[in-house]
Design a protein around this ligand. Structure first.
Ligand code: NAD
Length: 337
């Protein structure tokens, strides 16, 4: 994929203000997403927390977080009907009211509940219509098949993606992509049918880096844009720790909490370090971090602009080494890595 980076602000990314002394103005970098015409901020705004996926949030504060992120140059927003079972889309739609033209907006189809999936043509079509209403827009920039490992991969290749392409031709989506956790089904799709982007989560961060060795060679070959999601390992790499529903083993959670304590005891913050680790990658177009408060937006932008403490990062990596590259099963049995 293109590694072109530019710091230029397009009209749609203005204005850039410094609302907090910790944020350096004009610091955001933009990268082209694969072969698309989309230039997305290297830090993206993951909207699943707006759907109360990680605990209850305050909608007015979520609105402020979205507005602050846009003012500070974040232009990439990702959501799904699955997050909070449409709540995140509703709230993001409200937060983006009057700001739609300033952002690159991504949503998804196919996953509608923990165990509810439908990748059929009819469902994909009606799902996008419903998402557009909730998001208060008549098109999305990126439309993604959500968690493909839970579907029949043949159906996704033969039916889901062609339907998404038809919706693209109708102008309802500018580009299409796929998302998921195990890398094998993502690669199988990428090798079979052209898509514009792939979102991989929890596979490139302080706890796991197999996205680089397994997925990136394939995306490079086909010039497919890569989005790296969940740099905080869905909350595990924070002081608060993983939510109840987190699929990681107790050994992984314990190691992450040990690393968090080590950071606290040494005057630094594990979440900041985890983000900085991901921001260093030039193989991905954007690192997508879930946020719902202005404080998180400020902190995460600050992580983008402050130097990495290499010595501390080495020590944290040593703490996490015993559980490095551990994974969990996700999706259908035949879609596992
Ligand atoms: P994440 O690793 O970004 O962690 C989010 C959690 O960290 C939330 O609880 C958030 O409140 C908290 N947080 C954020 N900044 C913090 C900070 N500075 N200090 C402490 N805590 C902080 O996980 P995520 O939200 O799952 O992933 C990011 C986004 O990527 C999602 O919101 C979603 O848009 C996308 N995503 C997509 C898929 C998929 O398509 N299958 C899967 C995972 C994530």
């Amino acid at each position: 994929m293109s590694e072109a980076i530019d710091t230029m602000k397009s009209a749609s990314q203005q204005p850039v203000t410094t609302l907090d002394a910790g944020i350096a103005a004009n610091s955001m970098q933009y990268r082209r997403l694969g072969r698309t015409q989309l230039r997305i901020s290297m830090m993206g705004f993951g909207s699943s927390p707006l759907g109360d996926v990680f605990g209850a949030t305050v909608p007015s504060e979520g609105n402020r977080a979205v507005a602050l992120a846009i003012d500070e140059g974040v232009n990439f927003f990702d959501v799904s009907p699955y997050y909070g079972i449409t709540l995140a889309e509703e709230r993001l739609g409200q937060a983006l009211d009057g700001k739609r033209s300033k952002v690159v907006l991504a949503t998804k189809c196919g996953r509608y509940g923990k165990d509810t999936f439908d990748f059929s043509a009819a469902s994909v079509t009606s799902s996008l219509e419903a998402s557009l209403k909730r998001l208060r827009t008549d098109y999305v920039d990126m439309f993604q098949a959500h968690d493909v490992e839970f579907g029949d991969i043949e159906q996704i290749i033969q039916e889901t993606i062609p339907t998404m392409r038809r919706l693209q031709e109708q102008g309802k989506a500018r580009y299409i992509g796929i998302t998921g956790y195990p890398l094998k089904p993502l690669i199988r799709i990428l090798e079979a049918v052209p898509v514009d982007s792939v979102l991989s989560y929890c596979r490139y961060n302080l706890l796991n880096d197999d996205m680089n060795s397994v997925l990136i060679p394939v995306t490079d070959k086909h010039e497919i844009g890569v989005i790296n999601a969940s740099p905080l390992y869905m909350g595990a790499l924070t002081n608060h720790g993983a939510p109840e529903w987190h699929p990681a083993s107790k050994e992984v959670r314990a190691a992450a909490q040990k690393a968090a304590k080590f950071c606290r005891d040494n005057g630094c913050d594990l979440a900041k370090m985890a983000l900085q680790f991901c921001f260093r990658s030039n193989r991905v177009a954007s690192t997508l971090v879930g946020m719902s408060t202005t404080e998180q937006v400020r902190k995460n932008l600050h992580a983008l602009t402050t130097p990495v403490d290499e010595e501390m990062m080495n020590q944290v990596s040593a703490i996490l080494a015993p559980v490095y590259n551990n994974t969990w099963p996700s999706g259908r049995q035949n879609n596992q890595d």
